[in-house]
Design a protein around this ligand. Structure first.
Ligand SMILES: [Zn+2]
Length: 400
């Protein structure tokens, strides 16, 4: 939903309009203007079309206020709202991260329907002061109904609807697991989506109106629900892993007293993409970066010792085996590191962990295939594969 056209911003949140919105607003304006034509046949087309369009725009203003309800509560919790997109099925606030507690998630979810229902109450109340059957009263009545539908329809308890977010928060509160909450709400969303598809198609084949719309909406919900489920499985797997599950112990310890020349001849030319640590007298001196050799004049290779160019462990980004793997994934990105050194509680080197090692641990935990050739390619390229972009998954997991 980032493909929209930017039309401005509200409360500092960019407001985007998806191309599908233009289609639906035209359709809605058309259907609405037809009603006005029936009611007031003496009015010109221009007037009925004008009113149709105004009502359609007010419908989307209602959707926008609903989304601003979610956004305002999210912002009050210190969560960034990246954008609000209006599209054919309504609106969507792209909220940067999830709330930290189930109660807070509940508050964000309920805020949208609450705004819609309050608007319904206000419009309904206002309408009682208007002359019944007058054009203004019809518009206000229409708008009241639209807001009532927005408030209640969104409370259906399945993701991606607000009711799904509420169900998620409730299951999260009861079980103590955010992931269980999302799985439950996604599963009901998926079931409801399929039910809507079946109902919509059944209605269409029996000549009922609006059936295709319901089927399309069901398809949209089912697709989103299964996406929530998949993302949650990835989050759950990543959160469950520790550095110890991913640490690669294939490293070489070389004698820190050997010269650079000896190091090149004995190790560097023989090993494949290894990681070297220098040690002497049973103590680690640090990590040897073979790239460092390029910066040293060849004439000095016979004199300089490998221990002299090793980077001391206390100057390296290190972690322990009990560190959550998600923290390493974040630091690799944030600090632009190729790898991190893993230490034992006693401060000795236990191994290293890089992006490929993290992917391997994830693939194992999720029982996804990862061939040795793919793993070797990841090791040399240093990035993440498209299907297992751990940096993207980590960014969706709340910190702390
Ligand atoms: Zn909502």
């Amino acid at each position: 939903m980032r493909s929209g056209i930017r039309v401005g911003s509200v409360l500092g949140i960019p407001l985007l309009i998806d191309p599908s919105w233009f289609l639906i607003i035209t359709l809605f304006a058309f259907v609405n203007s037809m009603e006005w034509q029936n009611r007031f046949p003496e009015w010109s087309m221009l007037v009925t079309w004008g009113i149709g369009l105004v009502v359609a725009l007010l419908l989307f203003a209602s959707v926008l206020l609903h989304e601003l309800g979610h956004s305002a509560v999210a912002i009050s919790q210190g969560i960034k709202v990246n954008s609000i997109t209006l599209f054919m099925f309504g609106g969507m606030a792209a909220i940067d991260s999830e709330s930290k507690t189930p109660m807070r998630a509940f508050a964000v979810a309920i805020a949208g329907p609450a705004v819609s229902i309050i608007l319904f109450g206000m419009l309904f109340g206002f309408n009682t002061f208007l002359v019944e059957g007058s054009p203004l009263s019809i518009v206000v009545g229409n708008l009241a109904r639209i807001n009532l539908v927005l408030g209640t329809f969104n409370l259906i308890p399945g993701l991606p609807l607000d009711g799904g977010q509420i169900l998620k928060a409730i299951v999260w509160k009861i079980t103590g697991s955010r992931y269980k909450g999302t799985h439950w709400a996604a599963q009901t969303g998926l079931a409801l989506g399929w039910l809507a598809i079946a109902f919509g198609l059944f209605t269409t084949f029996n000549g009922g109106g609006g059936g295709l719309w319901i089927a399309l909406l069901g398809w949209f919900c089912a697709r989103n629900a299964s996406n929530y489920d998949r993302v949650t499985s990835f989050q759950e797997a990543l959160v469950g892993l520790k550095v110890g599950d991913a640490v690669a112990r294939e490293f070489r310890v070389v004698d820190g007293r050997s010269t650079l020349r000896e190091f090149v001849d004995q190790y560097l030319l023989r090993e494949e993409r290894p990681v070297f640590f220098a040690a002497s007298d049973g103590r680690y001196q640090g990590l040897v970066r073979p790239e460092e050799l390029q910066t040293i004049e060849r004439s000095l290779w016979e004199q300089k010792r490998i221990g002299d160019i090793a980077i001391p462990l206390d100057q390296l980004p290190t972690v322990t085996e009990s560190t959550p793997l998600v923290k390493v994934v974040r630091r690799l990105e944030d600090e632009g590191l190729p790898r991190m050194v893993v230490l034992t509680p006693a401060g000795a080197v236990s191994g290293v962990v890089d992006r490929a090692d993290a992917v391997k641990a994830m693939a194992k935990s999720m029982k996804l295939p990862l061939s040795d050739a793919d793993f070797a390619r990841l090791k040399s390229e240093g990035g993440y594969p498209a299907g297992l972009n751990l940096a993207a998954i980590a960014s969706t997991i709340p910190e702390g």
